[in-house]
Write a protein that binds this ligand. Structure first.
Ligand SMILES: [Zn+2]
Length: 245
């Protein structure tokens, strides 16, 4: 059953209340509305818990999409109690983890500005993220870090603009990913814009992002790996670059 994905309109929504609409044989739970982001576009789904009327909790190990993008399955950890269809629950995401993912995810957008090559893959993580680019030249990681931190420190606004699937289809040039498909299929697509009037970047993306680049904090490029002749894998980590020995 299609879900109201509350996180799409508010990335900072940490809690909500919802009604159980389905419980699958494997334990997966569907709700009528949710603040839990489901794994997609290289960003892992949320963890957290569902609180029952008696105060007991159902701990969730992951959140993923069902057969289509408008279905979200909340997956409990092993041995958790099962709710019943129609039950009202209080939802709470693991905010510390999600916020790290939002900071990292936004950093990946900035990296695509500093390194303007087609993206062939990306995986956002809590401690470490990677972005693969279709490029053949060698690039200095410390120079990339300095450019990234200039964008972070400029504290640019990050906001969404909505366009229709048709508008996106008419403007294929705005998609930077070569084989990560933009989040089409819901009728409208969110463009993640960075900087006033998208002065820094705009890119279709269905993930969650921080509101200003300054919120990302210190990050650095830990490694640039050569993965084939025309592929470079960048690893982003939190904190300042460790001093070279
Ligand atoms: Zn994004």
């Amino acid at each position: 059953m299609p879900v109201a994905a509350l996180f799409r309109d508010d990335f900072y929504l940490k809690t909500a209340e919802a009604t159980v609409t389905a419980v699958h044989e494997d334990g997966g739970i569907e709700l009528d509305r949710t603040c839990f982001y489901a794994t997609s576009g290289g960003q892992p789904g949320d963890t957290g818990h569902l609180e029952r009327a008696d105060g007991s909790r159902i701990q969730l190990g992951q959140t993923r999409h069902g057969a289509s993008k408008d279905i979200i399955i909340h997956v409990p950890l092993d041995g958790q109690p099962q709710p019943f269809v129609g039950e009202r629950l209080k939802l709470a995401i693991d905010w510390d983890r999600r916020h790290r993912l939002m900071r990292m995810h936004t950093a990946c957008h900035l990296l695509s500005v500093v390194c303007p090559h087609p993206i062939t893959g990306a995986a956002v993580g809590e401690d470490d993220s990677r972005v693969d680019f279709d490029m053949s030249e060698t690039i200095d990681k410390d120079a990339v870090t300095a450019e990234l931190m200039a964008l972070v420190n400029a504290d640019h606004p990050v906001y969404l603009q909505w366009i229709t699937d048709e508008e996106l289809a008419a403007n294929p040039g705005i998609v930077k990913s070569k084989n990560v498909r933009p989040p089409v299929g819901l009728g409208r697509v969110s463009l993640v814009c960075i900087g006033d009037n998208s002065s820094v970047d705009s890119q279709p993306c269905g993930g969650t992002h921080v509101a200003r680049t300054g919120e990302i904090g210190a990050i650095h490029i830990a490694k640039i790996e050569k993965k084939g002749k025309e592929n470079r894998r960048f690893r982003i980590r939190f904190g300042e670059a460790p001093a070279e020995i």
